[in-house]
Design a binder for this molecule. Structure first.
Ligand SMILES: Nc1ncnc2c1ncn2[C@@H]1O[C@H](COP(=O)(O)OP(=O)(O)O)[C@@H](O)[C@H]1O
Ligand SMILES: [Mg+2]
Length: 291
């Protein structure tokens, strides 16, 4: 029996996790870090950044959980901490009851991460890249090939694209291939870091439908990050809104909308919620071009 099936309740538990980058504060503690971050520039040039600041959350098995936040709010850092690629400065993270620091190897087998900067053999085709990954995951060649084609077709890719060099593909299409690769390993906890950023609306919807389908067919738990509130609402059972490394709200989409009073009878959007909680816009004007 695998660890995942013997553990039924919580898929991911994050407890009081803090992660900072930059020069150490010489034991002056987090209040000093906050002071530094709040604009006082101290004496040095390099600034210490608290990317994730005392974050706690629990994700239930089979849940699609979204982390919604603007650029630089700490979403990727949180994903990388969960994926054992970074070590928390403070706090603890458990994946299906296993500690990410103590049981790193076991945790690695239960998770899979898709990021926008996915690494590929760019001269090889999508199908070759996926079959290579399938082999790493221990899938027999024939099965890997069949599953790869199935997934790539499902994501709307044509045979001509699947068989051509990856470097000829648009970024959006490469992103689809990255997601397809993660689905090959049938991971128990799938970490999707901005899975639809850079995709056109139609591809976005295809990927979103596929994520929902995957939860049903593979009994997956999915943690995804996004700065697209429509995506968060459409896809997620619950959403944590992150701002400057801190969770400012955590609830179902409907619960979050209730935080803001309706205006002229129109229901609030997550953008309204974010604005009400932080006084800021979710997507800054300069980020809109790339969103
Ligand atoms: N490896 C790193 N070294 C230094 N600073 C980093 C590093 N990774 C992230 N940061 C900083 O931490 C903050 C959060 O970044 P990130 O987690 O990438 O946010 P998001 O994914 O929400 O855009 C940002 O201020 C970013 O510049
Ligand atoms: Mg990011």
């Amino acid at each position: 029996m695998s660890v995942s099936t013997s553990y039924s309740g919580t898929a991911l538990s994050i407890q009081h996790v803090t992660k900072a980058f930059g020069p150490k504060a010489n034991g002056l503690g987090r209040s000093w870090l906050r002071w530094r971050r709040s604009g006082s520039n101290g004496s040095g040039d390099a600034k210490r950044v608290i990317a994730v600041d005392d974050v706690s959350l629990e994700i239930r098995r089979h849940e699609i959980f979204g982390i919604l936040g603007p650029n630089g709010s700490g979403k990727s850092t949180l994903i990388r901490l969960t994926a054992t690629l970074l070590v928390p400065d403070e706090g603890a993270i458990q994946v299906f009851g296993l500690d990410v620091t103590r049981d790193e190897m076991a945790v690695k087998r239960l998770i899979n991460r898709v990021s926008v900067d996915a690494a590929f053999f760019k001269k090889l085709s999508a199908i070759e890249n996926l079959m290579y990954a399938g082999r790493l995951y221990g899938l027999p060649g024939k099965e890997a090939r069949q599953q790869s084609f199935e997934i790539l077709h499902r994501l709307g890719l044509k045979d001509k694209e699947i068989l051509g060099p990856l470097e000829d593909m648009s970024r959006g299409m490469q992103q689809k291939v990255a997601i397809a690769r993660a689905f090959l390993s049938q991971p128990t906890l799938l970490l999707l870091d901005e899975p639809t950023t850079g995709l056109d609306p139609r591809s976005k919807r295809e990927v979103q439908a596929f994520v929902r389908e995957l939860r049903e067919t593979h009994d997956a738990t999915i943690l995804l990050t996004t700065h697209d509130m429509h995506e968060a609402e459409a896809l997620c059972d619950r959403i944590a809104i992150l701002d400057e490394g801190r969770i400012v709200a955590l609830d179902t989409p409907a619960g979050l909308r209730k935080l803001v009073p309706q205006q002229n009878g129109d229901p609030a959007t997550l953008e309204d919620v974010f604005m009400a909680l932080t006084g800021k816009q979710l997507i800054k004007e300069e980020d809109r071009m790339t969103a």
